[in-house]
Write a protein that binds this ligand. Sequence first.
Ligand code: 5AD
Ligand code: SF4
Length: 470
Amino acid sequence: MEKKTAVIPQSEVERQLAFCDRIAERTAQWEQTPLAAVITYGCQQNEADSERLRGYLARMGYGFTEDLEQARLILINTCAIREHAEQRALGNVGALVHGKRRHPEQLICLCGCMVQQPGMAEKIRQSYRHVDLVFGPQALWRFPEMVWERLRSRGRTFQVEDDPGSIAEGIPVVRQDGIKAWVSIMYGCNNFCSYCIVPYVRGRERSRKPEDILAEIRELVKDGYRDITLLGQNVNSYGKDLAEPMDFAALLEAANAIPGDFLLRFMTSHPKDATHRLFETMARCEKVAPVLHLPFQAGNDRILKAMNRRHTREEYLAKIRDLKSLIPDIVLTSDIIVGFPGETTEEFEDTLKVLEEVRFDALFTFIFSPRAGTPAARMEDPMPRSEKLANFNRLTALQDRISEEKHAAYVGKTVRCLLDLTSEDGAWPLTGRTPGNRLVRIQGDAAAAGQFRNVKITGANKWSLFGELT
Ligand code: 5AD
Ligand code: SF4
């Protein structure tokens, strides 16, 4: 029998909130309102997790700062996807030792994917003794209890046990933005792509109940949010673990039916689960933005197999053709890994062919980074780094040309954009996003921020569009 997702009983979440309140009673007696600095690395899932951690911290009585000298609590939410992300986080954690010497009462907390990797907790225990609390993504919901214990006993806490994960509802959220919001619809990943650490550190796929997700979206729309992104490592396998299974297309349709003027986006999709039914739902639902992030990673079938992607290049291309026939103006983005172990330059050229055929609007490109514990880290990897780098540069040069051509095609058109941020650039006081999420720098009255407005596109380069309010 398939195991059903563990749901944290509401009484347990209430218990955590009670810890927040006990901490708040304490912090209220401190001579100054304590400040917390939350530093987030990595993907939107981490951003969304940090918003919940901030929610807890606010309820404990903390204000927020970016100045580490001022912070009574520092929380670093780490990423493990590539070695570079890990080195950056560890470098910054190491540097905190001096501040802690000056302010021994400072609480240093480390969480996220990096700390959940085998061996990492031990490394932190031995070599980063100024770190007080260490907890992985599956233990996030117990953060208040950990802070409470630390404030009482001054012992260090490590909560990084191997944990398939659960769903906890009712954690407060402090969002960073007033227009764009992330809504996690599921957690974890079951795909085990051979290069990827995520399934090892974020546990098994588990879905939030549709009624909880829809209630959160309704609340966001009521609060004025206009751009809502549904998040999961693989949103297209949403709902398989629910007591009453529901697929992602049905969830999207239900979200689309919520009244209000807002856009719905989602990420990330896996090609093996992206179906005609999903594309057809996207085409029909007017609030679903015409954009799809569909990583294909590599264009060669032998490499795709070694990556355990469970789709071929032709299957991917057929899906893109189907999607384009339903939504001709679809904006497409993808993730690509260059230099997977054993990939020859000839095989890499198959990736370039996919770019020529699909003509993505933008790409996220990475050089393979071995992650300990994944199958790919144990594969023979004979290609010298210089050759990988040369291939990487060919890839980005080709994409730059395509992005520039695609952007140039917008010039002269009028596009309905969501104006989100006033930029610091005086010449372009507004920035906006097209429905397909392309960045537009806009001349016009900054007071229009937060609204959907028609923008005439007057110029373009490979990174962005330029326009004026009409
Ligand atoms: N090396 C390089 N890139 C990776 N990604 C995931 N794991 C690795 C790795 N070990 C990339 C994939 C994924 C994106 C989020 O990060 O392209 O889609
Ligand atoms: Fe990693 Fe593959 Fe899961 Fe994406 S689908 S998180 S690349 S294992």
